[in-house]
Design a protein around this ligand. Structure first.
Ligand SMILES: Cc1ncc(COP(=O)(O)O)c(C=O)c1O
Length: 411
């Protein structure tokens, strides 16, 4: 037999969002068991509807998307993105600074490919959305995790970031608002991270896909606006704010000093050209979507789905013992703490598997976000209020008799 080997870098690549526990849930579904799948932030899967503005712009302009478009994107969409980011305070950019692609996932991958060399270190927040650690692995770079501190509302610990900088550090990833914590960073935290990048000549990768999903009067501060003099790549997209995860619509904006933007844009252009262009159909909706903030806002205010589902989740969690949480102020994610000692939990993956088998609820354990201790999990608060209350109550019921020390760890 031919001695075939998958590239060694794949050993480290992992995703628990669609990993073995998810596969087990799929098996159960095939057996006819109704599983509530809270592993992905996919609003349309929970009955969230496509905004009318998006539907209309797609239908009315569909013929424009038949040919390949420009490598960077369609002119009207680039213009709308330019307007959006300049309104947020980003300076010194043009439509040439923007690349539209098939979701933040694709443009982030393009950015990682042009930025990271083998052996480079990339500072990534923990808990961490696994796309970023995986992108580092795929470029043979090394993810170095910096702490977002639960005791400080899950804000990044600036001292921890500083302590982890070495001569090999190339970039800092900031996910604001955050997945999985739902935290929105105050101005001084964003300023602090920008200052660290400035002092150490680091590139800032600002994943701001949840910036339109901010609640409770909180304000989102764009890293590129605060760090207008430093190298920044801002990533954003419409998957969540406009319920079109399946469209695959995201973009990135390269900003900062010329010594960074000129070669970076040139390099991205080269590899973006290899895939000819982003999906033109999804780009059609960008101008209308970025103009229509009202459909997103409506979900986030009292009476709106995201707001009410969060309220129902908090009420149900408040009735539980052994669970605590830092309220989120953006998105639909929560990263609750479970009292691991009380339930003798040594493996959070086993805990997630046991909940799946007993309560038919699928969620991603904290370790899926590189959280080092087995005492957290991510709740995706996308089911309707009654349903999410029921789900949390089912987990509570399961916990009444749960003792992991009495079970085998099989995962
Ligand atoms: C923080 C973060 N970044 C990027 C993405 C990827 O989004 P997209 O659908 O645009 O690829 C997600 C998706 O959940 C996310 O949570």
């Amino acid at each position: 037999m031919f001695d075939f080997k998958i590239a060694a870098r794949m050993k480290a690549v992992h995703s628990d969002i669609r990993g073995p526990i998810f596969e087990e849930a799929n098996k159960m579904t095939q057996q006819g068991i109704r599983v509530t799948k809270l592993n992905t932030g996919n609003p349309a899967a929970f009955g969230f509807e496509l905004p009318e503005s998006v539907r209309r712009s797609l239908m009315e302009n569909i013929d424009k998307a038949v040919p390949y478009c420009d490598v960077k994107g369609m002119p009207d969409s680039l213009r709308a993105i330019y307007d959006y980011h300049t309104t947020k305070g980003v300076q010194g950019i043009t439509t040439e600074s923007i690349f539209i692609g098939n979701g933040v996932s694709e443009v982030a991958s393009l950015a990682a490919t042009v930025l990271f060399d083998s052996g480079d270190e990339v500072l990534i927040p923990v808990p961490s959305y696994s796309m970023w650690t995986n992108l580092a692995f795929m470029a043979d770079a090394k993810p170095v995790l910096y702490l977002c501190d639960e005791k400080s509302d899950w804000y990044p610990d600036l001292d921890d970031i500083r302590s982890k900088i070495t001569p090999k550090t190339k970039a800092i990833v900031i996910i604001n608002p955050n997945n999985p914590t739902g935290a929105v960073y105050p101005r001084e935290i964003v300023e602090g991270i920008v200052q660290i990048a400035r002092e150490n000549n680091l590139v800032l990768l600002a994943d701001e896909i949840y910036d339109r999903l901010v609640m409770d009067g909180f304000v989102h501060y764009a890293a590129a606006a605060i760090g207008h003099d430093i190298p920044v790549i801002t990533l954003n997209g419409l998957s969540k704010s406009h319920i079109i995860c399946g469209f695959r619509c995201g973009w990135m904006v390269v900003s900062g000093p010329d010594w960074f933007t000129v070669p970076t844009i040139e390099a991205i252009q080269k590899i973006a050209a290899m895939r000819l262009c982003g999906n033109a159909l999804t780009q059609l909706v960008i101008p209308a979507a970025l103009e229509d903030n009202s459909s997103t806002r409506a979900m986030l205010e009292p009476g709106g789905r995201i707001y009410e589902q969060r309220r129902a989740t908090f009420e149900a969690l408040d009735r539980m013992v052994g669970i605590s949480y830092v309220p989120n102020h953006a998105s639909f994610y929560l990263f609750p703490r479970i009292d691991a000692k009380k339930y003798n939990i040594v493996s959070d993956r086993q805990f997630a598997l046991d909940v799946l088998h007993a309560a038919h609820v699928l969620f991603v354990p904290g370790s899926g976000f590189d959280w080092p201790t087995p005492d957290h999990f991510r709740l995706v608060m996308l089911p309707e209020p009654n349903e999410i209350s029921r789900v949390v109550s089912d987990i509570a019921k399961f916990l009444e008799t749960y003792d992991q020390s009495a079970k085998d760890i099989v995962i």
